[in-house]
Design a protein around this ligand. Structure first.
Ligand code: C5P
Length: 220
């Protein structure tokens, strides 16, 4: 039996994570937050005293292959440590972007990601879900939004959690991260050829989720 996969890829802070998690919930499917794996790899590498650059690529890939990562009840654990909040900072995102540009680190994380494809189905969120990890997925969505909207969304998120933030800095950071993610040689951020592009700039979460659900139902 083929296990269905819905891929939701797109740039930083486009709303992918929220939309993907909600679609997974409505369908009762598993949910893969592939960005978390890069974030955890970066976090674990720094903890191990490694510098995130090409000269440490082999060691980082080795570490990625045997990451003791566990997703449980909405929390993320590295071994026994709850790293949910630590991996969500802007800095952790930038480190994840650096680690994710190392080709052998990407290869090291492939099996871990494929392991999420289990019955009754999977919604996978990331940058290369549709282009590299699940190329045969029957539905691929590229969720995007203008840089101004994405910066504003991230700003509100941070403020609501009680963090300080500067919207111009946030926008500069996410544009830098997108530039790196789009220009790297392996698995760059880009829509799969058969992806449906959804611009989330002016949609509510509900509207974006409904659009994905409609596309999915059309395929049944
Ligand atoms: O989606 P999120 O912001 O958590 O991802 C963090 C970083 O991990 C991204 O900026 C990107 O560089 C990397 N990533 C990736 N491939 C994925 C998911 C995330 O390269 N499938």
């Amino acid at each position: 039996q083929r296990i269905p996969v819905i891929c939701i890829d797109g740039p930083t802070a486009s709303g992918k994570g929220t939309v993907a998690a909600e679609v997974a919930k409505r369908l009762g499917y598993h949910f893969l937050d592939s960005g978390a794996m890069y974030r955890i790899t970066a976090y674990a590498s720094l903890q191990a005293g490694l510098v995130i650059d090409a000269s440490h690529e082999t060691a980082i890939a080795q570490l990625a292959k045997s990451l003791p990562v566990r997703f449980d009840g909405g929390r993320v654990y590295l071994g026994n440590e709850d790293v949910t909040d630590a991996i969500r900072t802007e800095e952790a995102g930038m480190n994840a972007s650096r680690v994710s540009a190392l080709p052998s680190v990407r290869t090291a994380l492939v099996d871990l990601q494929h392991g999420f494809q289990r019955l009754p189905g999977l919604v996978a969120d990331g940058r290369d879900m549709g282009t590299v990890i699940f190329p045969d997925a029957p539905l691929k969505v590229f969720l995007t939004a203008s840089a101004a909207c994405r910066a504003e969304r991230r700003y509100k998120q941070l403020i609501s959690k009680g963090f300080q933030a500067n919207i111009n800095d946030l926008r500069a950071d996410l544009e830098a991260r997108d530039a790196r993610d789009s220009s790297r040689s392996v698995a760059p951020l880009k829509p799969a050829q058969d992806a449906l592009v959804l611009d989330n700039s002016t949609l509510t979460i509900e509207q974006a989720v409904n659009q994905v659900m409609n596309w999915w139902l059309e395929r049944q």
